[in-house]
Structure formats: C-alpha cells, structure tokens
Design a protein around this ligand. Structure first.
Ligand SMILES: [Zn+2]
Length: 191
C-alpha cells in the first residue's frame, strides 16, 4: 500500500487536483496540526486538512470534504440553523425542567428540531461518504494504474462497510444523549 501511496501527491498538490476534478475554484484549502479530522466550513468556504490523519485516510477524506463544498449552500445553512437551534432549545429545556416549567408543546418543539437536525446532517454525510467512494476511483486514475486503484478502493470499501455504523452513531451521539435526557422529563409530564 505504501508504494501506491507514494505515487499520489501530498496534501496541497493533491487537493488542487481534486479541486479541478470537482470544478470548484473558490474553495480555500489549509492545513492544521490541532484538528483531529479534516473538515469543510461553509461560512468561510474553507477546507482544513488535519495533519493528524494518515495519508491513506487523507486521500479519501479530501475528496469527501470537496463533496461537502459542492453541496448546496441552503443545505449547509439549514444544517447550521437546525444544529444550533437544537443546542439552544436543549439548554432552555433544561432550564424549564429544573424550574418545573417544562410543558408539552415545548417538548414537541425540541423533538421536531432534534429529529430534523439529525436527518439533514446524516443525509449530508451519507451523500459525501457514498459519493466519495465513487469519485475516488476517477481522482486516483491520474496517478496509479487500474490494479493499484482496485487495491486502494477495496481497502476503502472494507473500512466503510466495517465502520460506517460507528461514524453515523458518533455523528449523532450528542443529539441522542440530549434527546434521552429531555425524553425522560417529557415522559414524566405526559404519563
Ligand atoms: Zn463529512
């Protein structure tokens, strides 16, 4: 695998090629040593590549982040509004629970927001995860032959089928825990 990876250029050069592949010119790319994973920020239209990932991971992750950069702005905006509203509603719900003022309609508002937020975020991630597995083959064609491409692809496919459940769980874990906390209080007022 190392021999194959050597043929693929490093971060910036590779990211530039991926950028051309997706035909996006406005996205900025930078590296960060403190980030655990790479990410795309729609507010400043910037992809940050984490220095803490292996080259093998980065090769796929960079494609993944560019797919996020290509996703419609309204989706990013919706995800941003929903995820922030969910946190604000959770904090306010906790306040209402503590002061014994938690009521039915507010519980319904929290649950609709958290559900919508999970659906939008999961859909955006599922799209990026699945599309990156299609695009990676075409992106890598430039550097490696078909056999090497198959080898690297089957590695990504195997990792994906083994760990994707963990990825989606981790993605929604905070929301699931907050829903359970609010759910218990909600159950107490409706029973
Ligand atoms: Zn993602």
């Amino acid at each position: 695998m190392d021999e194959i990876l050597e043929k693929i250029p490093d971060d910036f050069e590779y990211a530039n090629d991926v950028k051309k592949y997706f035909n996006i010119d406005k996205v900025r790319v930078e590296k960060n040593i403190d980030y655990k994973t790479s990410l795309y920020n729609f507010i400043n239209n910037k992809i940050t590549i984490s220095e803490n990932q292996t080259k093998l991971d980065k090769v796929l992750v960079i494609v993944h982040e560019f797919i996020h950069a290509k996703q419609p702005l309204y989706l990013h905006f919706m995800n941003f509004i929903l995820s922030n509203s969910e946190i604000v509603l959770f904090i306010f719900s906790l306040y209402l629970i503590i002061t014994n003022k938690f009521y039915f309609d507010f519980g319904c508002l929290y649950f609709s927001t958290v559900t919508a937020s999970m659906i939008v975020r999961t859909a955006m991630e599922a799209h990026a995860v699945n599309k990156s597995l299609v695009d990676i083959k075409y992106v890598l064609k430039k550097y490696i032959n078909e056999e090497e491409n198959k080898k690297i692809y089957s590695y990504y496919k195997a990792i994906n089928s083994k760990y994707s459940w963990l990825f989606y769980l981790q993605l929604n874990l905070g929301k699931i825990i907050r829903s359970i906390i609010i759910g218990i209080s909600f159950y107490n007022i409706i029973k």
